[in-house]
Design a protein around this ligand. Structure first.
Ligand SMILES: Nc1ncnc2c1ncn2[C@@H]1O[C@H](COP(=O)(O)OP(=O)(O)OP(=O)(O)O)[C@@H](O)[C@H]1O
Ligand SMILES: [Mg+2]
Length: 275
């Protein structure tokens, strides 16, 4: 098993033309983290995940996994070190089944290519691991149902199962509940909450109810910079955060209810502060 490592950025920045999307950002994700990354639309949250996973090259600063500087590594090299992500938008193949989707992901990790079914012993091991992963994500009953026929919340769980097939030690979840009805998003986060404690998780989420329920630490990103960080209680009580959410009319515009209204966000922040 891969050892737990801290993932951190030092003065990380990326500029697109004249636009500074991420600016002087120093963030730490400790081993076993359950950390939320929150901030208004366009704050740079997805851009940060793209920087951490090597999709974008930073124009300033560095990224470290434990003692290793990974700033210059490609996506696939970082994934092999255990830095794995899911996407804000569903990236599944609709005609595959969950079982085959996970089998393919395991095969890719093992470098088996299309020969995963040969020899038979290997096939059995890959299938057993795939079933165990689906079970962990509460998808085992749906293993043979085409992805297109799954409820959207189940599809998003499958994306996490595929990410887990890469054996991450750092799991970066970009809005795992985006597009999922509120009736399913709680269960989705319960499953995330039950993932092995040696996997460090950073998740982006707009629904403050979920953020305050499932994170142990919150980083608030505004205009490409960390505004503040702390425990849910600290963030909920922070007057500056509340000002950003509530003060100037440009606060959180989470795409998914229930936190669509700023008043609701404020109530939740206040609730968390007292909780
Ligand atoms: N490749 C790129 N080229 C130019 N601008 C970009 C690029 N990628 C991101 N941006 C810009 O960087 C800013 C931050 O975008 P990002 O997608 O990181 O926001 P976000 O915090 O994830 O927002 P949301 O909550 O809406 O998902 C936006 O203004 C976006 O248009
Ligand atoms: Mg985003």
């Amino acid at each position: 098993m891969k050892a737990a490592h801290t993932l951190q950025t030092r003065d990380l920045g990326v500029r697109f033309g004249a636009f500074q999307a991420v600016d002087g950002l120093s963030l730490r994700l400790e081993p076993g983290a359950r950390q939320a990354l929150i901030g208004p639309n366009g704050a740079g949250k997805t851009t940060l995940i793209n920087l951490l996973t090597g999709v974008y090259r930073p124009t300033a600063g560095s990224i470290h996994l434990g003692e290793q500087d990974i700033t210059g590594l490609r996506c696939d090299q970082r994934a092999r070190l255990g830095v794995v992500r899911t996407f804000q938008i569903n990236t599944l193949f609709p005609s595959l089944t969950p079982l085959l989707s996970v089998v393919l992901a395991i095969s890719e990790r093992e470098g088996l290519g299309a020969a995963w079914w040969r020899p038979l012993k290997r096939c059995t091991a890959v299938h057993a691991e795939a079933h165990a992963l689906l079970q962990r994500l509460r998808l085992d009953d749906l293993a043979d149902v085409p992805v297109a026929e799954l409820a959207y919340g189940k599809q998003r769980l499958l994306e996490i199962a595929i990410a887990l097939a890469a054996r991450p030690r750092i799991l970066l979840l970009d809005e795992p509940a985006a597009g999922v009805p509120q009736s399913e998003s709680g269960e989705l986060f319960e499953v995330i909450d039950e993932l092995p404690p040696d996997i460090s998780i950073l998740f982006i989420e707009h629904d403050m109810n979920l953020v305050f329920r499932f994170s142990r630490r919150i980083s608030v990103l505004v205009a490409g910079r960390i505004l503040t960080e702390g425990t849910p209680a600290e963030i909920g009580a922070d007057p500056v955060v509340r000002e950003v959410y509530l003060g100037n009319g440009s606060g959180f515009q989470g795409r998914q209810a229930p936190m669509g209204s700023q008043a609701h966000a404020g109530a939740c922040l206040a609730g968390a502060a007292h909780g």
